[in-house]
Design a binder for this molecule. Sequence first.
Ligand SMILES: [Zn+2]
Ligand SMILES: [Zn+2]
Ligand SMILES: [Zn+2]
Length: 268
Amino acid sequence: MPALQLRLRTTCSTCGHTIPLVSAHLPIACPACDAASPVDARAFSWVARERVTERGATEGTTLLGVAEPSDVKCAICGAVAAEEAIERGLVRSELRCGCGNVITVRKVPDGIDRNGWWSALVGETSREKPAASATPVAFECPECGGALQVDGTTRTPTCTSCNTRVHLPDALWRALRPAPNAEPFYLWVRGDRSDGWEARRSRALFVSLTVAGTGTALAVVAGIAATASGYGAGTGFSDVELFFSVLLVSFLAAGVLNVLLSPKHHLT
Ligand SMILES: [Zn+2]
Ligand SMILES: [Zn+2]
Ligand SMILES: [Zn+2]
């Protein structure tokens, strides 16, 4: 399962509306008030490192949600996208599911994944997707009463009769630009990279467990030897303390080695 399924949202800093993120396209416009959200590539770079949580992706950022290891799945029929299909999709910018659903695929922009580890963003909903009711609707200018044709391209169209910028009411705006369904999208990584990650992870675990095991054995031997030889008698440093000192040092070394040898990303 070499992908992270992203279910993200942010809160509009202007009107407080919850904005579900259907893509990593920036900037993000609030579907309620059209204001640009302060979510930037930096917030996404934290998501790419799996630092997004229900309580916030970064220090003081506005990006919330869940990044879960998962297969890439079709949002319509749930079919799992094969690696080769995603590779082909990267070339064509889309992959077609057997059910007819078209899933977007694109290279991850540099700002979002600074380590260049993820291979693609899959299943984003296009911001430019026209609303269901994209046919222009008649609206009366509140200033001059002139007839306006509005189509959801902007919340503040300019009246063609009196040149006033008109602010479309909530109900009309929502009808013209329905909020897209909050479908998850994916950060996908090539299988060979993912396998390399698994191999590095196992190696790191093996080395640290070996160090910890050897340390424990040494601690036991040192403890027994110290008891037998009467080590530390009168010095205030007992065999028990020697045992725990060796144990502590070896576990610290094992922990440090594990952190140093482990790959930066966490896929499982
Ligand atoms: Zn807003
Ligand atoms: Zn499908
Ligand atoms: Zn007008």
